[in-house]
Ligand binder design. Structure first.
Ligand code: PMP
Length: 755
């Protein structure tokens, strides 16, 4: 090679060192008194033209701050690029000056360095401002954010499905927030890859930039987004560092408000591009570790990025650039507006209600810029705004929505998929749109099946808001505004091991409670049509039915002709970790199961699953029709929810994180007299707040105090139970151990100051 270099450039090369490169080869050459970079590329005419265009840009830049950029050096005959036969292979070759300095990736970062970085990038953009090249302009490829979608096929190369879905989320955000306004953005020729291995520093300040191989003609703001993405992706507080770059960039080139508003999404988009391509090259070029080095850091920053409310990020950047922050409409105005048409009987959470604007996985974003950790809402089961669920809905919505009077494949295939999660005896399904509709239908079916009308319900149970739903919900009929118990209702007290008159240390503590019920059954003048119960009574304060209760009771109910209904609206779909359905926790198989809430991850869905015999008896000539139940959009969404539970291992996550969460809460319980009980399974837990552990007297004021305080610590949690003294936590199943730790630490802080 030394001989070739001497022939081509007249250089007397002493040493040659091969350097990292993405998909070309770079060599550092040293002669007696200077260093150079010799670059070789595969022989490709299109690439040849592109590199020539890049050389033109670099030659153009020599007119300005020439020391900031590599200088193209000519072959002996004055050409800057040539095809050369190297080791019997034709390669595109060129020579550049060597930029000295230390890579930004190798040195300590400081405010001064980041400030110089912002200014440097902006200065480069000024230097490039009037450069135009039609080859660069016409290039369409995945590293140009204008063609971000070209990276989509690479998402599947990311190893973890959870990481893939995080990336998919940001693709969707980009499509929604950036794509529609692209045409409004000022464009320029940009470097397009100001990463930490292309940026050189001297004495703690950015001194030069190399590798113009990704040069693009694109919206100018992309340059800044890329610079921020790589400078900040290994920081514990990326936003603070990003602000420094925004501020200093803006001092040189004034940022437009629209540009600032897109940075959140563009930074994420670049991280996604990096993660996708790194994952792809890990599979296709495993030997090139440089190409795949950024995947881990990019994904880590994306996980951090979803903890930032986009409004907050925009406001931080606006502040950095000297713009006024955007203030939301006053909450009181919004409440007033709501109350004009919405009855106050619909409650609002918290003394200071929250105006929510967006959400992502286990986080919710309000209009003021806060991010809330959602430790409460179980409906977004696989995560808020989950991209697989969103896409399933969007795609199907643009194709077909109709009803069960026509044939469409989604109905049968979703039914089959969902039923495969049940014991084989439960093999018929009826789709509706809510838990209420499902419980109403379940009771109707039970009555139809056995011709009896009495219903056995649980104390504090809740099953829905329809007329019949209220009749079977002690939580409603027996509380404020309720009309009391109807004569066809038989209520069983909650088989609770925390406040039990029985010896709870026996093998099946629910037995004695069940025996009480069996007496009632024997004494009842009417036969019981059905017993309906939640496996863990949510509104009752997350009380698991004592072990053995249902197992003893179900055969007795059946013996006298009744059917057993399990309301899995809260407990189903893997939430309990060790069990996909709550009835499995009790080692029973119901005759009817009610589904709702998590089924569509927020899309309104409900269902009744039952046996062939009960379904047959319901087929009595009166058509069953639900306009929306089982429509193709709902089926597609429901199917996506099941897929995500499976591919992200969310049931397993509920078990692992739930066990950890419960352990942390029990440790906290051992420290505070106020925590009487910690109970539940998986990610469906309750923390009973009491005045003290001996009296077990409920302490609703403290529970409410904690709930409201948690809101101010940006954590969503609920209270419930007969005295509203139980903290309820049932987060999306993507909740992490770190999230659990954060919740428990916050409760600890609140209790410490309360004491
Ligand atoms: N059953 C249970 C156990 C519930 O928690 C709920 C809702 N909280 C329902 C039924 C009713 O579901 P929906 O609100 O979808 O009508």
């Amino acid at each position: 090679m030394k001989k070739i270099l001497s022939d081509l450039f007249g250089l007397n090369v002493i040493t040659i060192v091969k350097l990292n490169g993405y998909d070309n080869a770079n060599y550092k050459l040293t002669t007696g008194n200077a260093s150079f970079i010799f670059k070789t590329y595969p022989n490709d005419p299109a690439l040849f033209d592109l590199i020539r265009a890049e050389i033109d840009a670099l030659l153009f830049l020599q007119k300005y701050n020439s020391e900031n950029y590599p200088k193209p050096l000519p072959f002996k005959d004055g050409e800057y690029i040539k095809l050369v036969n190297l080791e019997n292979e034709l390669k595109i070759c060129r020579l550049l000056s060597f930029q000295s300095g230390e890579f930004m990736g190798d040195v300590m970062h400081s405010t001064a360095m980041f400030s110089s970085f912002g200014k440097f990038i902006a200065q480069m953009n000024l230097d490039l401002a009037s450069f135009k090249n039609y080859i660069i302009k016409s290039r369409q490829w995945q590293w140009d954010m204008q063609y971000f979608h070209l990276n989509k096929p690479l998402i599947k190369d990311i190893t973890s499905p959870k990481d893939q879905n995080l990336v998919r989320y940001f693709f969707q955000q980009y499509e929604e927030n950036v794509r529609p306004v692209f045409h409004q953005l000022r464009k320029s020729t940009i470097h397009n890859d100001a990463n930490e291995w292309n940026t050189l520093t001297k004495k703690g300040l950015v001194s030069s930039i190399i590798d113009f191989g990704d040069i693009s003609y694109a919206p100018l703001i992309i340059e800044l987004a890329i610079a921020i993405a790589y400078a900040c992706y290994d920081k514990s507080d990326p936003l603070r560092w990003a602000e420094i770059i925004v501020k200093s960039y803006h001092e040189v080139i004034s940022l437009e408000e629209i540009e600032i508003s897109l940075l959140y999404y563009m930074i994420a988009a670049r991280l996604c591009t990096s993660a996708c391509n790194a994952a792809h090259s890990k599979i296709n070029k495993p030997e090139n570790t440089y190409a795949s080095s950024s995947e881990h850091k990019a994904i880590a920053m994306l996980y951090k990025w979803i903890t930032f409310n986009p409004i907050h990020v925009e406001n931080c950047f606006r502040k950095a650039a000297g713009y006024k922050i955007r203030n939301p409409e006053p909450i009181n105005e919004l409440i007033k507006k709501r109350n004009e048409s919405i009855s106050p009987i619909l409650s609002l959470s918290y003394k200071q209600p929250i105006h929510m604007t967006r959400s992502a996985f286990q986080y919710m974003y309000d209009a003021q810029g806060h991010t809330y950790l959602d430790a409460y809402n179980n409906i977004p089961h696989v995560g808020h705004a989950h991209p697989r669920v969103t896409k399933a809905g969007q795609d199907q919505m643009s194709m077909l929505n109709t009803n069960t009077r026509y044939i469409y494949k989604q109905l049968a295939s979703y039914a089959e998929k969902l039923l495969s999660k049940f014991p084989s005896i439960l093999n018929k399904i009826f789709f509706v749109n809510s838990g209420s509709a499902a419980s109403d239908l379940a009771i109707r079916m039970a009555r139809n099946y056995n011709g009896f009308s009495d219903i056995m319900v649980m104390e504090h149970g809740y099953h829905g808001h329809t007329h019949l739903g209220i009749d079977i919900s002690d939580y409603k009929f027996n509380n404020q505004g309720g009309n009391g118990i109807k004569d066809f209702i038989i209520k069983n007290r909650i088989p609770d091991v925390y406040r039990s008159p029985y010896n709870i240390n026996q093998k099946s503590p629910g037995n004695q409670y069940a025996i009480e019920v069996i007496h009632k059954l024997n004494e009842s003048k009417n036969k019981i049509s059905a017993i309906i119960a939640e496996p863990i009574i949510g509104c009752g304060g997350q009380v698991p039915l004592a072990e053995g209760y249902l197992k003893t009771l179900y055969p007795e109910i059946r013996k006298q002709g009744g059917v057993c209904i399990s309301d899995e609206v809260q407990t189903g779909f893997g939430r309990l970790g060790a069990y996909f359905w709550g009835f499995q926790m009790h080692d029973v198989i119901p005759d009817i199961v009610i589904l709702g809430k998590p089924m569509g991850n927020g899309h309104p869905m409900g269902a009744v699953v039952t046996t062939e015999a009960i379904a047959d008896s319901f087929n009595n000539g009166m058509e069953f029709f639900s306009s929306f139940g089982g429509n193709p959009i709902s089926c597609t969404i429901g199917s996506a929810v099941l897929d995500v539970i499976e591919e992200e291992g969310l049931q397993h996550n509920a078990k692992v994180v739930g066990d950890h969460y419960k352990k942390l809460l029990m440790e906290l319980q051992s420290e505070y007299n106020y925590i009487g009980d910690v109970r539940g399974e998986g990610l469906f837990l309750g923390i009973e707040i009491v005045k003290n552990k001996i009296s077990k007297e409920p302490h609703p004021e403290l529970a409410k105090y904690i709930k409201n305080k948690m809101r101010h610590h940006s954590i969503l949690i609920g209270t419930d139970g007969p005295y509203d003294s139980v903290l309820k936590t049932k987060p999306p199943l993507c909740f992490t151990k770190e999230n659990a730790q954060h919740v428990v630490d916050t409760i600890n802080d609140i209790l410490k100051t309360y004491e």
